[in-house]
Design a protein around this ligand. Structure first.
Ligand SMILES: *[C@@H]1O[C@H](CO)[C@@H](O)[C@H](O)[C@H]1NC(C)=O
Ligand SMILES: *[C@@H]1O[C@H](CO)[C@@H](O)[C@H](O)[C@H]1NC(C)=O
Length: 404
């Protein structure tokens, strides 16, 4: 696809956006970021998306509504069933196989919090208002404002299941990477939307999850030598992991690898020697690979494991999937601020040889909280930023093709 002069595809006001880097905080004194009609379209789209509860597993309602919205805007929408009544939406204009894919997710974490918009403070809140319905709404409005060949070269993909392991994106990835499937296709550029405070993300940490499971032998607490306390063994194992935690690999780019002991449970009562105990742990990798860190965990727990086995108990480690290493993401667009983040995304779930970018409005620090919210002006800025990102990445891609 050839773009001779990318600016010809943009409406005239879009050139304003290249200067709009530091909007003032006072909503009444700052110049409007978007034309009035576009701003109200954005707000009502965002509102509808947030008003539909779509906690992972229950994405059907919001998906149906969004399908009819996109169809009313003359997009062709294809549904992909991921599991029963859970659908990814793929929307495009005149052709299905486009060079650019713009994507985010329509599921949210629990619990549901209703939508609100406080005009005095310029704050819009509710579950999903940031993560990631702000990205979904801004992406759609951004794409609608493009014209001509560029508009025809963009697909929008809204997936389910991002918050619980990415089954939606994994499903999409398996379809486009299956050479026998009619959906087989390689995109040149993929733009992911997640809360990044309006910055371009140059990478995120990797992930490795596991559960330490201990089985001992129950006994009366007055005669503990007749049993094997699973709790004692687990506490000892966790002690080893705390020592390991300070010695995990790190990198300049991502900082320290961190380990969160997120859930611990064991035993039944104070006067019973615990028969079982377990701890659930999440490691965020700043360097190395899940395989290497798995080896380190096994080494750290080796002694504890063999001593409990001598007493007739067991210590097992159950890995939650294979994990993934730190994910480097393209961020070669000069005009954006950059950062790295510590949370996981769907980026590694989409396999393929494409350039990939990660950007979105709102802060991750409020995203999963009961005060999830963002400023209206940040939502509006995201429309301009997504549009700029699409224009600049497609232009760059075109340049690279000319040089080849
Ligand atoms: C809206 O925001 C203003 C300014 O922060 C605050 O004083 C007011 O209580 C808020 N209104 C509601 C309904 O929360
Ligand atoms: C990484 O961990 C070390 C101690 O192990 C600490 O001194 C340092 O401040 C940590 N770095 C960051 C970026 O948190």
């Amino acid at each position: 696809m050839i773009f001779r002069n990318i600016l010809q595809f943009l409406p005239a006001y879009a050139t304003l956006t290249f200067a709009a880097q530091t909007p003032l905080d006072d909503p009444y004194n700052s110049p409007p970021l978007l034309p009035k009609s576009e701003s109200s379209e954005l707000l009502s789209l965002h509102r509808k998306l947030v008003e539909h509860e779509s906690i992972t597993g229950n994405e059907e309602g919001v998906g149906k509504w969004l399908t009819s919205y996109l169809e009313s805007k003359k997009f062709t929408v294809k549904l992909q069933e991921v599991t029963s009544k859970r659908y990814n939406l793929l929307a495009y204009g005149s052709k299905k196989k486009t060079s650019i894919l713009v994507t985010s997710h329509i599921d949210t974490v629990p619990p549901f919090w209703p939508y609100y918009y406080n005009e005095t403070s310029d704050v819009i809140g509710g579950r999903g208002s940031v993560d990631a319905k702000a990205s979904v709404a801004a992406q759609i409005i951004a794409v609608q404002g493009l014209e001509g060949k560029l508009l025809d070269d963009i697909s929008l993909l809204f997936v389910v299941g991002e918050e619980t392991g990415g089954d939606g994106m994994k499903h999409f990835s398996s379809l486009i990477n299956d050479p026998d499937s009619p959906s087989a296709h390689t995109y040149d550029v993929v733009i992911f939307g997640e809360p990044t405070e309006g910055k371009l993300v140059c990478g995120h940490k990797g992930m490795l999850g596991f559960t330490v499971k201990v089985k001992g032998k129950a006994a009366h607490s007055g005669y503990p030598w007749l049993g094997v306390s699973a709790n004692d063994v687990l506490v000892e194992a966790l002690g080893r992991l705390l020592v390991l935690r300070d010695n995990l690999p790190w990198s300049e780019k991502y900082g320290n690898t961190t380990m969160n002991i997120g859930k611990v449970q064991g035993g039944v009562a104070a006067n019973v020697v615990a028969e079982t105990a377990e701890a659930r742990i999440a490691v965020r990798l700043a360097a190395a690979t899940p395989k290497i860190v798995q080896g380190m965990v096994l080494d750290a727990l080796e002694d504890v494991k063999s001593s409990v086995e001598k007493l007739g108990g067991t210590l097992e480690i159950e890995w939650s999937g294979e994990g993934y290493p730190p994910i480097d993401i393209d961020c070669d667009i000069e005009s954006f601020e950059k950062l790295t983040v510590n949370y996981g995304t769907d980026v590694p779930n989409l396999k393929g040889d494409h350039k990939r970018y990660l950007y979105g409005p709102g802060s991750i620090f409020v995203a999963h909280s009961d005060h999830e919210a963002l400023k209206k002006k940040d939502l509006e800025q995201a429309v301009l930023d997504f549009r700029r990102l699409i224009v600049e990445t497609s232009e760059m891609h075109h340049q690279e093709h000319l040089e080849m």
